[in-house]
Write a protein that binds this ligand. Sequence first.
Ligand SMILES: Cc1cc2nc3c(=O)[nH]c(=O)nc-3n(C[C@H](O)[C@H](O)[C@H](O)COP(=O)(O)OP(=O)(O)OC[C@H]3O[C@@H](n4cnc5c(N)ncnc54)[C@H](O)[C@@H]3O)c2cc1C
Length: 281
Amino acid sequence: MKVAAMDYVAARSPDEVLAVLADGQASVLAGGQSLVLEVTSRAAQPRRLVDINRVAEFEVLDQTDGMLRVAPLVRHRVFESDAIDGPLGDLLRVIVRHIGHPPIRARGTMLGSLAYAHPAAEWPVAAAVLGAELDLAGPDGRRTLTAEQFFTGPFTTARRPEELLVEVRLPALPAGTGAGYAEHRRSHAKFVEGAAIVAVTVADGLVTGAAIGLVNVGPCPVRARAAEAALIGGPFCDAAIIEAARVAAEIDADNRAMTATRRGAIRMLTRRALTQAREGV
Ligand SMILES: Cc1cc2nc3c(=O)[nH]c(=O)nc-3n(C[C@H](O)[C@H](O)[C@H](O)COP(=O)(O)OP(=O)(O)OC[C@H]3O[C@@H](n4cnc5c(N)ncnc54)[C@H](O)[C@@H]3O)c2cc1C
């Protein structure tokens, strides 16, 4: 199939990107690891592509004052390095190495993944687990959304067509936090069937913070809030992990049937991720 005719603009500044997006007829080309497949299959037929790869300001990754700031051209592979310290860096490193193959991680971007909002993608759930703030820039200025506000459905977000996702902020995780990731995936060329992303903070032997995110369990990123509540205030022991995984599997997040097999998978993945997190506390 031939690609439909479209204009191509290689923008050189944030203002130029916003000017091209202004009529709502353009798509942003970041890493191209999802968009190129969409346009070559004609699933997406934008009138214009605005390539942001020459905008130097968009390559910035900044970690100051307990906040990690991620700009639109920070590639997945950056999160594989030791560039980000503390428990937050540990969690991002654990997640990123499961995203596609090395060439996909070399081109694809975190913000592109968030904007694409694939229900089986890891970064949207990580954003929900970490309490991310997402900044959108458009003709009316800048606005900030939480992950819960940003993701509205599969491949659907609150981003308006004339807006650019310009920054994502991830707060540092407190000392004493262990992170875990467990997934079921048929092949590295495919997205996960399901995964659990967790961050658990322990102080004086008791759980003071817990975030449990489930990938590909609902149309939007899912937090297993009841399972988190089950962990808070108690010791981070085997029995607590088993109980939290049981509660997580009771989640009702999807309008597709939650079969016994799916619930069993959620339970097993949550248990594995929590066990991994406990080793890192
Ligand atoms: C074989 C294969 C396996 C993969 N496996 C996984 C996987 O296991 N897990 C996973 O999470 N992903 C996976 N991916 C997808 C990959 O992570 C992509 O990189 C990601 O989905 C999109 O990032 P990108 O930078 O390539 O965005 P692009 O493809 O350039 O853009 C994707 C969409 O987001 C929009 N967009 C991009 N950046 C912005 C922005 N800053 N503001 C507004 N809109 C924007 C684009 O217009 C487009 O609609 C896989 C891809 C392939 C080809």
